[in-house]
Design a protein around this ligand. Structure first.
Ligand SMILES: Cc1cc2nc3c(=O)[nH]c(=O)nc-3n(C[C@H](O)[C@H](O)[C@H](O)COP(=O)(O)OP(=O)(O)OC[C@H]3O[C@@H](n4cnc5c(N)ncnc54)[C@H](O)[C@@H]3O)c2cc1C
Length: 327
């Protein structure tokens, strides 16, 4: 039984770990790293978690899943000092602690996924262009028109819009996933010579074009002396400005954030922005997308909520449906 999984984010890694005993599982990802939106960008001496900032654990299955990685030390609690800003003022502040634990990968966000990926077969830098149903099974074709093999089952874990582009158009769920929209976001990454003493480690910002600021170097096992800030735009502002040139995005976000947190962020010695086209998905319960005749399934956070835990749950549920079909 040959199973292909497209994508190597947490939904893919979860699905692969659940399906690995049922067949020969191969993961394909277009990127040079694994983990998808659980991502870390390095710019020596700085490092930035430029995708997911942290994750919460609400579900018991997710708790059991994460617990060995906490024991191993690749997932740690981030006890940030948290503030909320609105209208240029701090409207609330508190210390995060074990009573409402926020978790991160250590020594960087991506370390969690690297650990999850151990012993899985992963082919990186391979963008799937098309999945074609043939008499022998499902053919995967990459963007150089190379045939990557024939599989009995394919599980796509890529964002909904990208799944529509690569999957066969006669799937029984194609119309439903075509209508699912995900929102974009810009992540600004700033590295400084000195600590800016902001008075917070993490901040939520309301009613401005930026919605989040965090001191990346305050997370556990980071290089605390290399002061690094991660600032996110709102989805709404990113949606309107996705085609803006990067320098304009950087200068607009720096100017906005400097005003809110009352520091001149232009003094940063490293300035970089990343535009996520498919960053977040609203809360919903779309269940599992699976076409048993075609032997193709699609999952990801977008089936439930744009959260790490939801991506895990979606990957797990999809794998269990595929396992049922194989039984
Ligand atoms: C800026 C930002 C901040 C966030 N903050 C938080 C947070 O604080 N807390 C939280 O819980 N969640 C947060 N999230 C959401 C969280 O990161 C996601 O919910 C989760 O990581 C999604 O996992 P996934 O496996 O569903 O998808 P992804 O991680 O997107 O994985 C999909 C994978 O598919 C690959 N791929 C796409 N197309 C192809 C193709 N054609 N061929 C091969 N591979 C392909 C991609 O490279 C990627 O690796 C944030 C996301 C972003 C972008």
């Amino acid at each position: 039984m040959k199973i292909a999984i497209i994508g190597s984010g947490i939904s893919a890694l979860t699905a692969a770990r659940n399906l690995n005993n049922a067949g020969d599982v191969t993961i394909f990802d277009k990127s040079k790293g694994i983990g998808g939106r659980i991502a870390t960008r390095r710019a020596d001496p700085f490092a930035f978690d430029h995708g997911a900032q942290y994750f919460l654990i609400k579900n018991n299955n997710f708790e059991s899943f994460v617990s060995p990685f906490i024991e191993k030390g690749v997932v740690k609690r981030w006890d940030a000092y948290f503030k909320e800003f609105e209208g240029g003022k701090v409207i609330s502040e508190r210390q995060w602690n074990e009573s409402f634990a926020h978790y991160v990968g250590a020594p960087n966000m991506n370390a969690f996924c690297k650990s999850l990926a151990e012993n899985l077969k992963i082919i990186k830098k391979t963008r799937i262009h098309q999945v074609i149903k043939s008499d022998n099974g499902l053919k995967l074709i990459d963007d150089k028109d190379t045939e990557l093999g024939v599989f009995d089952w394919v599980v796509s874990t890529v964002p909904s819009r990208q799944a529509v582009d690569i999957l066969p158009k006669n799937l029984n769920f194609i119309d439903e996933i075509t209508s699912i929209k995900m929102s974009p976001c810009f992540t600004l990454m700033l590295g400084f010579e000195k600590d800016l003493n902001l008075g917070f480690d993490a901040a939520m910002i309301h009613n401005e074009l930026i919605s989040w600021a965090s001191v990346n170097s305050s997370k556990p096992d980071r290089r605390a002396n290399d002061f690094s800030l991660v600032i996110q735009s709102t989805n709404r502002w990113a949606d309107k400005n996705l085609n803006l040139d990067k320098n304009s995005v950087i200068s607009t976000m720096i100017s906005e954030a400097s005003g809110i947190i009352n520091r001149d962020l232009n003094v940063a010695i490293h300035k970089e922005v990343h535009g996520w086209h498919f960053a977040n998905a609203p809360k919903r319960d779309l269940g599992v997308f699976i076409d048993y005749d075609m032997k193709i399934a699609a999952c990801g956070d977008w089936c439930m909520h744009g959260r790490v835990e939801s991506a895990y749950l979606s990957g797990k549920e999809t794998a269990s449906k595929v396992l049922e079909a194989l039984a």
